[in-house]
Design a protein around this ligand. Structure first.
Ligand SMILES: Nc1nc2c(ncn2[C@@H]2O[C@H](COP(=O)(O)OP(=O)(O)OP(=O)(O)O)[C@@H](O)[C@H]2O)c(=O)[nH]1
Ligand SMILES: [Mg+2]
Length: 600
């Protein structure tokens, strides 16, 4: 059977997973009338809640007697490492571009990686159903992007399809049609079949899956020869060392699942069960002729955060896994599949430094751990500073903001305060399109301020660009916080008295501890407050005073918002039930001493 291996790549939200839905339906992967819902491939809990893809995934369909292995990839820049490694399985890519937004920072990144690997690109201008969309302009912009990325003559001749994943059609012109078959035919026509090589077995492990029945599963493309059930093989590790191993079971992809087979030939993707101690990047090879494939390199992390045991007074109350041993083992396990993540031990046995690609990358890990039953304390995210030629350098990113023209002045002011410099300003339909070069530091906490300043209208995206000279101090959070003086149950009485001093993160009746961050102060500077005070009982009730108090609903930040909110002397307690912001030093006296010592 002929094979096509394609990866679907794009900037976040440009419609990759929706396209995969349509491919699965068009090729009748499901029974008629089977309830499937939308975004079928976004199968894990966090993906469904957030409506984004976090992990890349494989599916496989048959169209006109050709097997098409489809790889859905995440579009958020924090998960770029995920895209880089799975592109190794593909021979072609479908690059989706939103017909209104045009190429965005992550479009550039994923296309660059695909072109470097010499994959055949098919461009899909998606969402032409959108009002104000500009497919022709977007096509020109995509061509320009290919050109700027030094595409070869052949790559510049990319075929283009237009359509709407949502409305279920793609055609090779802007004329609407009724299905996605023109695109499917395009995939058969333009994407070359895999290079089938005879010879000794060679397959690189590019992904890792886990099943409670089968254990760890190695996924990749058979590069050369065949791989058979029961075959004795060696794993060639990154350092060149060899490990004897045996293939217990073999699977190929079929629909959304896998089918057990006894042999897989060069060019197809497969899942190998029963290998011990393998890592992503290892080559499965013939024991007599162990030849490694080139190692997989992914871009470096740009951000770090400390993960420590929970050392709040509530330690162990809400979680199952709470010791440093638990946290250490879990983090190490994560690095096996999360290639862009790095974990380092610190001087303290209870703390680990975790390096990732951004707030979302690290936040998703913390959120996953918390759902698995872990308790931990995480510190405020720090960008990774590098010493280059004896000078301090920091990561800079390209920030793109699309905003109604009325708000563009506010956006420029805000980004300039954060040491961003404007590169491009142009109009795009009724919106203003702005591009900035900004230190990654300046991006921390920027999203919420940007949304407040633009009444929620700004659409922003950013992506790491390069390390440049340190840009000097950047103002952090301008407001202080209200910090709990005493532990206990919060009372409506005390919160009511303090409401005009700040916006509360807690409500009456919550159990708190001293040193917990309870509210944002309306002014700079922190204030220690008593939030557990009971109303004094008096015999006389003053006329006009009312017992029923009106408390403003609490402000509830997501974990990532907390990560962007906290300052250097604060941290976040994370448990399966709660996310609490707190001061790193809980005791009021010790805290004020530390603050004094730091300012001297
Ligand atoms: N108007 C319109 N909306 C679309 C179209 N295709 C997808 N969408 C919507 O765009 C949003 C994002 O779609 P997804 O398919 O999740 O995008 P994605 O590229 O997989 O996103 P990530 O995996 O998070 O990078 C969803 O709300 C879709 O319903 C389209 O053709 N037209
Ligand atoms: Mg997706």
């Amino acid at each position: 059977m002929e094979i096509r291996n394609i990866a679907i790549i794009a900037h976040v939200d440009h419609g990759k997973t929706t396209l995969v839905d349509k491919i699965l339906h068009a090729t009748k992967v499901f029974r008629d009338n089977q309830e499937t819902g939308d975004l079928i491939m976004d199968s894990n809990e966090l993906e469904r809640e957030r409506g984004i893809t976090i992990l890349s995934k494989n599916a496989s369909v048959t169209y006109k007697d050709v097997k098409i292995n489809v790889i859905d990839t995440p579009g958020h820049s924090d998960f770029g490492g995920e895209v880089e490694r799975v592109l190794k399985m593909a021979d072609g890519v479908c690059l989706l571009v939103d017909a209104f937004e045009g190429p965005m920072p992550q479009t550039r990144f994923v296309l660059q990686k695909a072109l470097q690997l010499n994959l055949k690109p098919i461009v899909i201008i998606n969402k032409v159903d959108k009002e104000n969309c500009r497919p022709d302009e977007v096509h020109d912009a995509v061509f320009e992007l290919f050109f700027n990325l030094d595409a070869t003559e052949d790559q510049l001749n990319f075929p283009t399809f237009y359509g709407s994943g949502k409305n279920g059609w793609f055609n090779d012109s802007l004329t609407p049609c009724t299905d996605i078959f023109p695109l499917m035919d395009g995939i058969l026509k333009y994407v070359p079949g895999p290079d089938v090589k005879e010879g000794h077995t060679q397959m690189q492990i590019t992904s890792l899956d886990y099943s409670s029945f089968l254990g760890r599963i190695a996924i990749g493309k058979v590069e050369r020869g065949t791989i058979k059930e029961g075959q004795n093989i060696v794993l060639v590790k990154a350092d060149g060392s060899l490990k004897k191993n045996k293939v217990k079971e073999l699977y190929v992809f079929e629909g959304m699942g896998k089918r057990k087979v006894t042999e897989v030939v060069s060019g197809d993707l497969c899942a190998v069960v029963g290998l011990e101690d393998f890592s992503i990047g290892d080559t499965i090879a013939d024991p007599e002729n162990p030849e490694a494939l080139p190692i997989i390199s992914v871009d470096e992390p740009t951000m770090s955060m400390t993960f420590s045991i929970n050392n709040s007074p509530f330690f162990g109350k809400e979680g199952k896994f709470v010791t440093s041993r638990h946290i250490r083992d879990r983090l190490m396990k994560e690095t096996e599949k999360n290639l862009a993540l790095r974990v380092e031990e610190t001087d303290s046995a209870d703390s680990f430094l975790v390096f990732g690609r951004g707030i979302l990358h690290l936040g998703v890990l913390v959120e996953t751990m918390r759902r698995e039953g872990y308790e931990l304390t995480v510190g405020n995210p720090q960008v990774l500073v590098k010493e280059i030629d004896g000078k301090k350098h920091e990561p800079f990113e390209i920030l793109v903001v699309d905003v109604p023209a009325d708000f563009s002045g506010k956006v420029i002011d805000l980004v300039t305060q954060k040491k961003g410099e404007m590169l491009i300003m142009e109009s795009k339909g009724t919106m203003q399109h702005l591009e900035f070069d900004i230190p990654s530091r300046g991006l921390i906490g920027l999203r919420s301020q940007m949304l407040t300043q633009t009444a929620g209208e700004a659409v922003m995206a950013h992506r790491f660009n390069e390390y440049k000279l340190w840009k000097g101090p950047i103002p952090g959070r301008s407001n202080g916080v209200l910090v709990a003086k005493f532990a206990g149950l919060t009372t409506a009485y005390s919160i009511d008295k303090l409401q005009d001093r700040g916006r509360f993160f807690i409500e009456p009746g919550e159990e708190i501890y001293a040193g917990q961050v309870l509210a944002e102060h309306i002014k700079p500077g922190d204030l220690n407050i008593n939030a557990v005070e009971m109303k004094k009982l008096t015999n006389h009730r003053a006329s006009g005073s009312d017992d029923s108090v009106r408390i403003t609903p609490k402000v509830q930040y997501t974990l990532e918002e907390c990560m962007e909110y906290i300052q250097f002397d604060e941290c976040i307690e994370v448990t399966p039930k709660s996310v609490r912001m707190r001061k790193s030093i809980l005791d009021e006296n010790n805290r004020s001493k530390a603050t004094k010592a730091a300012s001297n």
